[in-house]
Design a protein around this ligand. Structure first.
Ligand code: 5GP
Length: 137
């Protein structure tokens, strides 16, 4: 059982922003910005790959509203939404969660990724795998 399951069952307190039958949104205990909020499904799954479409839709439905509220709390109009899957990808709590992180020059997420252009033929090979995966479900 993850710490977020214990927040969901009320055995650990949180600063609750929003709740409905499928989702809970609460302030991150160690925020990168004012209003840094975690939006989680009530369904206990570790990664988004395991999440039901119903729970995913429930999160998608409330994300714009929660994001507007987080930005209002921080007094900004820009933000990042990030979602880590797996320890190697930086996930520490093994219950799906979306971070909503308001952004200003003083606070928020620092983008540190190193993109490179697609190589010749690479997109076609990736699409072959991905389209087969999407279509078989
Ligand atoms: P992850 O690294 O798994 O994407 O993010 C986990 C997040 O959960 C971190 O930002 C961390 O501060 C937050 N967190 C961990 N434990 C608690 C807790 O007990 N309460 C709240 N509100 N946030 C937590």
């Amino acid at each position: 059982m993850s710490i977020f399951s214990r927040i969901l069952d009320g055995s650990i307190p949180c600063h609750r922003v929003y709740e409905d039958d499928l989702t809970l949104a609460f302030l991150d205990i160690n925020p990168l910005a004012p209003g840094h909020t975690l939006v989680i499904p009530k369904e206990a799954q570790a990664t988004v790959m395991d999440l039901s479409e119903k729970s995913a839709a429930g999160i998608g439905r409330v994300l714009p509203r929660i994001t507007r509220a987080a930005c209002a709390a921080a007094g900004v109009q820009e933000c990042n939404i990030i979602q880590n899957n797996g320890a190697g990808a930086g996930q520490e709590v093994m219950h799906v969660h979306f971070h909503v992180i308001p952004k200003s020059s003083e606070f928020g997420l620092r983008k540190q990724w190193t993109p490179r252009p697609l190589a010749d033929g690479e997109a076609e090979e990736i699409l072959r795998i991905m389209q087969a995966s999407v279509e078989q479900e």
